[in-house]
Structure formats: structure tokens, C-alpha cells
Ligand binder design. Structure first.
Ligand code: SAM
Ligand code: SF4
Length: 333
């Protein structure tokens, strides 16, 4: 049986972007109230007394946008100092990264994944939506500054995630892949999933990794590659390139049998499968109601045993509608 040792921890469900593919267009999301967010102390208690004893040793901080959590640097420091932590990483849109990169690195974070869906400022603006600007920079310029800062402070590997949407950014696949030629960055192409903005998915569909890979192969050729923490990505390299290319093909390939992860939402729900709402446990409420951590530990142990049955494996989400009732930003993508 697969070892489940990887936990994606959502620090906040809110975001300063509203990516086309992640958030339902025009819809008002029900955000978690401040008092319902796990506090730092609750999160650390759950890690130390419930989750780590069940074998979780590798953690990714995500969201929503995790850099919106005011105590993100402090949390990195605490989690990094836990003796059982074998790996700690962060997924971010990088809008706030330029100012935080050094502090995060000094606190013990050594690798980051950054969403970058376009190199064109206008396309990027259309994808991430909103009007947020900082210190006279456009959103793309601010994100690019965050990526440069991440590179300069030494995050390694530095991964850039691209969700490919037909008719939106698929014409940029070669330009994005070319970033790896002279930089030791790792560009990962992610198949668009019908989660978040179902209407956009219905209109545009998704592009299989095999097609994206073929267009890159036709241009430069491709050889197998390697990168630390590749998870479900198939990794390749353009011959002679400094960086690598990853392909995450959750639509064209079911990797449920290899699934090594669970997700902890910002309001403390432990979720065994991204696409299936069955089985999740409300750890925060239980903790606040005084359920002891040894009892919670047993509940998580039982959930781990059930995970192979709960895994989605191409089934309906269990909601009966075929639509996933939460977005990636709410679940902690
Ligand atoms: N805000 C951070 C970011 O954008 O990296 C972290 C949270 S975001 C939900 C995590 C990842 O989920 C991003 O790489 C994003 O591209 C991906 N994602 C969100 N909605 C998706 C969808 N419908 N299909 C595929 N990937 C999606
Ligand atoms: Fe925010 Fe990340 Fe979702 Fe974009 S993908 S809206 S940056 S949570």
C-alpha cells in the first residue's frame, strides 16, 4: 500500500487574485470567518500530536494565497523546526513574494512553487483578474519580481506552475518551456480540471499533457529529467537545458493508486482526496470541543486506512452532480 506522508496545509482560503480557472466567475465565495481559521497554536498542536504521529513528515503550505496569512514566516519557522519535518515547501502566486522571500528562506523554507500562467502582461491580467497593483507595478511585474527574488535568495528547486487553458494561454507553451533553457527553473504544465470554474471548463475543455509535450518535442526534442519532489509530475528536459519540464496529467491519467497525500483546510478539515468529499474529518471543531489528541490521532489513523477506498479513481465526486462544491482555493490546492 502507498505510504501517505505528505500533507498540504491551507493557511487561508482567501486570495488576492481570482484566477479564471480557480474561482467561479462572478460568484461570491463563502470565505472562512477569521474565528473559524485554525490558529497557529491549533495547527501546531494538530501537527505534533495528531498528524506527525500518523506518519506525515512532508508539508506544503498553500491556500488560497498563503502569503496573505500574516504569520506565514513564523509558521514556516515552527514547522521547519519540528524534528520530524523532512520537507517543507510553499505554493504561491508570488504577488507578495518579493518582500517575503528572504525572511521565508531564513525561516527554513527551501523550495517554492509559483503559479505563472502567462508571460504576456495582458493575458496574465485577464487570467488573474482584479485590479490589485503594488508600488506602481502591474500584477505580472510584481509576480515576476517575486520569482526573481525567489531565485536570488536561492530557493531550489524553483518550480513554475502553468494551468493550460485552450484559447487562453496554450499559444504560450513554447515560450514558457523556453524559460528552462538558460535558467535552472522547473516549469510544470498542469491539465485544467473541472474544479473551480466549471463554466470555463465546459467552454474551453482541457489540453492533454501528451499534446503539450509533443509540441515541445517537435521544437527542441525531449529527454527524461529529474527534480526533487516531483510528486505526480512526469519530468522531462530539453536537451542541454538548465531546468526541467513537468507534466501533471490528472485528467488524462488517473494516479489515485499512487496518491501519497491528504489536505488540511484552513478551517481544519482533514480531507483524504481532492475530488471526493467523503470521509473528511473536522479536526478543529473536535479540538475546540475538547476531544483529546490521542482520540483524534486514532480517527486520523482510521481515515488513513480508508483512504484507498475513498480515492476518487475516476468516479463522480460523490455530490451526485458531477460538480465539485469547493474550489481549489477553498480546499487548499
Ligand atoms: N495561490 C497559490 C497558487 O496559485 O499557487 C496556491 C493555491 S492554488 C489553489 C494551487 C494550485 O492549484 C495552483 O498551481 C493552481 O494553478 C492550481 N489550480 C487551481 N485551480 C485549478 C484547476 N481548475 N485545474 C488545475 N489546477 C488548478
Ligand atoms: Fe488564487 Fe492561486 Fe486560485 Fe489563482 S490559483 S485564484 S492565485 S488560489
Amino acid at each position: 500500500m502507498n505510504v501517505v506522508d505528505y500533507l498540504r496545509i491551507s493557511l487561508v482560503d482567501r486570495c488576492n487574485f481570482q484566477c479564471l480557472y480557480c474561482m467561479p466567475e462572478g460568484a461570491k465565495l463563502d470565505y472562512i470567518l477569521q474565528q473559524d481559521l485554525l490558529t497557529n497554536s491549533e495547527l501546531l498542536t494538530l501537527l505534533k500530536e495528531v498528524l506527525i504521529p500518523n506518519g506525515f513528515t512532508r508539508f506544503r503550505l498553500t491556500g488560497g494565497e498563503p502569503l496573505l496569512r500574516p504569520s506565514v514566516v513564523e509558521l514556516v519557522e515552527h514547522i521547519n523546526q519540528l524534528p520530524q519535518t523532512q520537507d517543507l515547501s510553499l505554493s504561491t502566486n508570488a504577488f507578495l513574494l518579493a518582500d517575503l522571500a528572504q525572511d521565508l528562506y531564513d525561516a527554513g523554507l527551501k523550495r517554492v512553487n509559483i503559479s505563472l500562467d502567462s508571460l504576456d502582461e495582458r493575458t496574465f491580467g485577464n487570467i488573474v483578474g482584479g485590479t490589485t497593483q503594488r508600488i506602481g507595478k502591474t500584477r505580472w511585474q510584481q509576480v515576476w519580481a517575486g520569482i526573481q527574488a525567489a531565485h536570488q535568495v536561492g530557493f531550489d528547486p524553483l518550480k513554475l506552475n502553468v494551468v493550460v487553458i485552450p484559447g487562453v494561454n496554450d499559444h504560450e507553451v513554447l515560450d514558457l518551456a523556453a524559460l528552462t533553457l538558460e535558467r535552472s527553473w522547473h516549469v510544470r504544465f498542469i491539465e485544467f480540471m473541472p474544479i473551480g470554474n466549471g463554466d470555463l471548463f465546459g467552454d474551453r475543455g482541457w489540453l492533454p499533457s501528451a499534446e503539450i509535450r509533443q509540441s515541445i518535442r517537435d521544437r527542441w526534442g525531449l529527454t527524461p529529467g529529474q527534480v526533487v519532489g516531483n510528486g505526480p509530475a512526469d519530468v522531462f528536459q530539453i536537451p542541454g537545458a538548465l531546468g526541467t519540464l513537468g507534466f501533471i496529467s490528472q485528467m488524462s491519467e488517473c494516479f489515485c493508486d499512487r496518491c501519497n497525500r491528504m489536505r488540511l483546510s484552513a478551517d481544519g478539515w482533514l480531507r483524504p482526496c481532492l475530488l471526493n468529499e467523503h470521509g473528511q474529518i473536522d479536526l478543529k471543531t473536535a479540538l475546540r470541543e475538547g476531544v483529546s489528541t490521542p482520540v483524534l490521532r486514532d480517527r486520523v489513523r482510521d481515515l488513513l486506512c480508508l483512504k484507498p477506498e475513498i480515492n476518487y479513481k475516476g468516479r463522480d465526486s460523490g455530490t451526485g452532480t458531477g460538480h465539485y462544491s469547493r474550489t481549489m482555493s477553498q480546499i487548499g490546492g
